[in-house]
Every structure is written in structure tokens, then in C-alpha cells.
Design a protein around this ligand. Structure first.
Ligand SMILES: Cc1ncc(COP(=O)(O)O)c(C=O)c1O
Length: 381
């Protein structure tokens, strides 16, 4: 390995949400989706150089960052993106909320497949639109989490927008070509705009796996798709607040930009610097990261799946494991594991109580300690 994935990044910084939650307590924080690894040195070097200029006025995307983003879209997914399709954003959650405001009115439902990252459930309500939940079917036998096509088709009749999480947080599915085709067909049949949140798309854990942006399926689908992406999860730079929408259709893009007017601020100039370095120079760091995460994922499955009533379908992407604790006889799994010294995310916030989400984006030593604490609490140490 060229890079260091064993020394944790400094956690004692005063503004670190993940570690501050349990400051002064012996609880290992494996909750919010930040990793404990130091960001790639290529990003840090670019930031240091930019900071040295002491010039921090309003910024706009430079030709360098635009070229880096478009270059990565081509290099990694074979997607030709025109520069004018890019809409810079300070975050993807903002993008989800803007998209809900831009793609329908008060009577037009917004579809979200649950369990789901919480803003997929709050954005419709914040935009004054009905949320139409389509629960994913639970794993059975060899099959992981999957779509309930009949339910989706039924709910789509009252919808104008589909919020798609691709890959899916928290269940970690990478939607197959067949699943994407079926989603596309439903979007066309019901005249839906699809908001495809692809923030985790560079965190595919299976060797050789390649992400397919939804908008690359066909020109007609591209015309009704808002793709949301960011370097923040892959390169651990969420605090730099730099994301972007890719919207090929001019009418849809203008509607999105109208909904942003007067509300959405400029993107942080250091965010642009980090994004450029990440997309241009971060591929080797990312490849090594994936190997580390794959190993950590396997450790989580070994330690917890089938143990004391817990079930964990192996995530195909992300650094998040979605753990079913409903048969473990524990009233509140989040509280139970927190009391045992491991801070996890509560499944109830994702629309499915009885589950917890574990973030394995940390050095193996931290994970080993956390898994040992969890097993001990379950009486299987
Ligand atoms: C699916 C998904 N979308 C969006 C975000 C957050 O995006 P941002 O920090 O850019 O608002 C996350 C963070 O975990 C996420 O998992």
C-alpha cells in the first residue's frame, strides 16, 4: 500500500461531529458517514497551496475543476458530460431539496425506496409535496434487498419524482443493469423525473465492479434525470461542502437553477480545490481505500452475521453495514450498543426500527475493537 489506512486522522479537532458526539466517553463512533482516514495527501497539498495565496473572495468553478470532473466522468463511467450540464452545489442534501421543489407541485408525489438516508424522506415534506414510500423487499435466501416492482408501479401512478439512491444507503445495493432498466421503464411510463443520488458511486466493493450513471442508460432517460454527485464520501472531504448536479436537459436544468435562486450560496472555494485534486489525482488512493473497505466489510459480516439473532446482508457498495437486530431480543439496538461502547446510527431514522447502521470506514484496529465490544454485549465474545 502506498497510502496509510491504519493511522486514524486526528479526531481531537473541535469541529468533528463524528467524534464530538461521544467526547469524554468511551464510545467508538461508527455512525455518521465520515471515514476516520486522513484525506488523500494530494488533496491536502492542493489545499495548502491554495490557502497560501491568502485570497478568499467569491469563487467560481475554474477550468481546472470542470476538466477534472468531466475527465473523471469519462474515465470512470464512459460518460460524456458537457460543461454546461454541471450545476455546482454546496451539498447533495441541498440538491435533493431543490430537486423536489423544481420537479412538481403540491399534488405530485415523490417516491423514495425505504429504508433510506433520512433526507430522502424529509425533502418532499420540506417542499410541500407528498412522500410516497416504497419499502424495499427484505433479503431472503441468497437474495439481498430488492425492489417491490408492483408497489413501485402502483405508487408511481401518483408521483412526478423518483428519488433514487444509487448505490443505496443504507442497504448497500448496487442496482443491476436489469434493475436500472426496469426503473427507467417505470420512469418513462409514469412521466417521472428521476433524481439519482450517486454520492456513493465510487465506493463499489466488488473487484472489477463499475458504476453505471442512470443518465447514461438512454437519451430519453437522460432528459428526465438529475444526477447528484460529490467527492465528499469517497475522499472524506464532506466538510468542504462541494457537490454538483449534472442535468443534460436545458429545461430541467433551468427549473433546478430557478429553485436555487436567492437561497443556495456559492460553493466554498476550497471545496473546488479538493474536488479538482480528488478527481484528477485521487484514483490510486481510492483503489487502495476500496481494498481496505472490502476487507473491513468482510470482517463485519464474519463477526456479526448470524450471531445472536443478527443478520447483515453484505453491502456491495458504501462503507455502511445495515444490521437487522429484530430477532436479537433487544428493545433499542442503537442504545444497547451505545451502552456497550459502540455508537451506531438508529435504523428508525432511516424508516426501519430494529436495525442499526455501522460505518466501517475506519482503521481495522478501531473496527476490531468495536466488533469485539458488540459481540461481548451479545454474549458471544
Ligand atoms: C445518499 C447520500 N446522499 C447525500 C449525503 C450527504 O450529502 P451532503 O453532505 O453533500 O449534503 C449522504 C451522506 O451520508 C448520503 O449518504
Amino acid at each position: 500500500m502506498r497510502y496509510d489506512f491504519t493511522t486514524p486522522a486526528v479526531q481531537a479537532v473541535a469541529d468533528n461531529i463524528k467524534w464530538n458526539k461521544y467526547a469524554g466517553r468511551d464510545v467508538l463512533p461508527l455512525w455518521v458517514a465520515d471515514m476516520d482516514f486522513a484525506s488523500p495527501p494530494e488533496i491536502t497539498a492542493a489545499l495548502q497551496q491554495r490557502v497560501a495565496s491568502a485570497s478568499f473572495g467569491y469563487s467560481e468553478p475554474t477550468p481546472g475543476v470542470i476538466a477534472a470532473v468531466l475527465g473523471a466522468m469519462w474515465r470512470d463511467y464512459g460518460w460524456t458530460v458537457a460543461p454546461e450540464w454541471l450545476v455546482p452545489l454546496p451539498g447533495l442534501v441541498a440538491g435533493l431539496n431543490i430537486a423536489c421543489r423544481a420537479t412538481g407541485g403540491a399534488a405530485d408525489g415523490v417516491l423514495s425506496a425505504t429504508p433510506i438516508y433520512p433526507p430522502f424522506m424529509s425533502a418532499p415534506a420540506f417542499s410541500g409535496r407528498p412522500l410516497l414510500k416504497v419499502p424495499l423487499l427484505e433479503p431472503t435466501g441468497d437474495e439481498g434487498w430488492r425492489w417491490d416492482w408492483a408497489a413501485l408501479e402502483r405508487e408511481a401512478a401518483g408521483a412526478r419524482t423518483l428519488l433514487l439512491c444509487h448505490p443505496h444507503n443504507p442497504v448497500g445495493r448496487v442496482w443491476t443493469a436489469d434493475e436500472l432498466d426496469r426503473l427507467a421503464a417505470i420512469a418513462l411510463r409514469h412521466d417521472l423525473t428521476v433524481v439519482s443520488d450517486e454520492i456513493h458511486c465510487d465506493l463499489l466493493l466488488e473487484p472489477g465492479a463499475r458504476h453505471t450513471p442512470l443518465a447514461t442508460l438512454s437519451p430519453v432517460l437522460a432528459a428526465r434525470t438529475i444526477t447528484l454527485m460529490a467527492p465528499s464520501k469517497t475522499y472524506n472531504v464532506a466538510g468542504l461542502a462541494c457537490a454538483f448536479a449534472i442535468i443534460a436537459d436545458a429545461g430541467l436544468r433551468h427549473a433546478f437553477q430557478r429553485a436555487m435562486r436567492g437561497i443556495v450560496p456559492h460553493v466554498n472555494l476550497l471545496g473546488y480545490v479538493a474536488a479538482e485534486a480528488a478527481y484528477r489525482d485521487g484514483a490510486t488512493w481510492r483503489d487502495e481505500l476500496i481494498a481496505v473497505l472490502r476487507h473491513n466489510r468482510d470482517r463485519v459480516i464474519e463477526a456479526l452475521d448470524g450471531v445472536a439473532g443478527l443478520r447483515v446482508a453484505p453491502p456491495e457498495a458504501t462503507y455502511l453495514a445495515w444490521i437487522d437486530c429484530r430477532s436479537a431480543g433487544i428493545a433499542s439496538p442503537q442504545r444497547f450498543f451505545e451502552e456497550a461502547g459502540v455508537g451506531l446510527s438508529d435504523g428508525a431514522d432511516f424508516g426501519l426500527p430494529g436495525f442499526v447502521r455501522l460505518n466501517f470506514g475506519c482503521p481495522e484496529a478501531t473496527l476490531t475493537q468495536a466488533l469485539a465490544r458488540m459481540r461481548k454485549a451479545l454474549g458471544v465474545a
